[in-house]
Design a protein around this ligand. Structure first.
Ligand code: GDP
Ligand code: ZN
Length: 295
């Protein structure tokens, strides 16, 4: 049975890319069998119609390596988090929450600082360095001048990559810059459309010429993190905290107030960024407040 990947789903039809063509599929009987609804990114087995080689039915959903919600996409391997260095003002709390989300799903992560044409290095390098020092791949870039785009393209090969970040930071512009063929509507145009009434956007995988897919979406949100992560797991999602794993005096140290906490000491010594630590504390409190029944 041919195998393929679901590129998009519209009105009960799934468009499955197999080796050599795209097959329009239904998903009859699959829910009963697998107890799962197919979503974009799923690897599936299809049966081809006897009458039309371009039509078929999804018979089996293969196991998912990851599962993202809002929008639902399976098998995302990499998250590109976009922040603008200005306009809009960087929201580093959002960035840190998205990092937590991506770490919890064990995704590859790239942080893009976009719109570097708007400022000089001296003003944005300190911010960039916080994340470099925390162990992340950081790319300063500009969709307007094209700086940094090549570097990002190199990271996309053979993976399913999704984008996240606040509105207006340049996610659609970045997808356009990667390949103008994708032609997402950016800026003013998309704002106009957003205001329209029936703007249900369909998620779609955009195929890169030399392998790999981009998830064409307005971006993932951080709503997931309170649902999926417990406060006591949070410190593992802060990459630069991991070096201190099990080194604090108290077992189960929450790194919020305890004496002889190695994380707190590292913050005092400036080995861990104070800003990252403060965001850790805030996210920790938020996760603590989420009661079990809310999960
Ligand atoms: P999205 O909401 O994250 O998809 O952001 P858009 O791609 O729609 O971009 C929002 C606005 O920022 C648009 O007016 C873009 O033209 C602008 N923009 C995007 N990238 C850059 C950049 O590198 N430099 C500057 N100066 N503006 C940019
Ligand atoms: Zn500690």
């Amino acid at each position: 049975m041919p195998k393929g990947i679901i590129l998009k789903g519209i009105g009960g039809f799934y468009y499955v890319k197999t080796d050599n063509r795209i097959i329009e599929c239904k998903a009859r009987g699959i829910f009963r069998k697998d107890n799962t609804i197919p979503i974009v990114g799923d690897n599936v087995e299809v049966s081809i119609s006897k009458h039309d080689k371009l039509k078929g039915n999804i018979e089996k959903i293969l196991p998912r390596s990851t599962y993202m919600i809002r929008p639902a996409v399976a098998n995302v391997q990499q998250l590109i988090i976009v922040t603008a260095i200005s306009s809009p003002v960087p929201n580093l709390m959002l960035l840190d929450k998205l990092l937590v989300l991506a770490e919890s799903k064990k995704l590859d992560i790239i942080i893009c600082f976009n719109k570097i044409d708007l400022s000089d290095k001296e003003s944005y390098y300190p911010m960039l360095n916080i994340y470099k020092n925390a162990g992340y791949k950081v790319v300063p870039m500009s969709c307007h001048t094209g700086e940094g785009i090549d570097k990002i393209i190199l990271e996309l090969k053979g993976k399913i990559t999704a984008f996240a970040g606040a509105s207006g930071v340049g996610k659609s512009s970045l997808i356009n810059a990667i390949n103008p063929k994708f032609k997402l509507q950016t800026g003013k145009l998309s704002k106009k459309i957003e205001r329209g009434k029936h703007t249900t956007r369909h998620v779609e995988l955009l195929e890169m010429e030399d392998g790999g897919y981009l998830v064409d979406t307005p971006g993932f949100t951080t709503i997931e993190i309170t649902k999926e992560i417990n406060a006591d797991e949070l410190s593992y999602m802060f990459r630069e905290f991991r070096a201190y794993y099990n080194m604090c005096k108290f077992r189960g140290c929450t790194h919020t107030h305890e004496p002889e906490c190695k994380i707190i000491e590292a913050v005092k010594e400036n080995t861990i960024s104070d800003l990252r630590y403060r965001n850790y504390l805030q996210i920790y409190e938020q996760l603590k407040e989420v009661k079990e029944w809310e999960k």
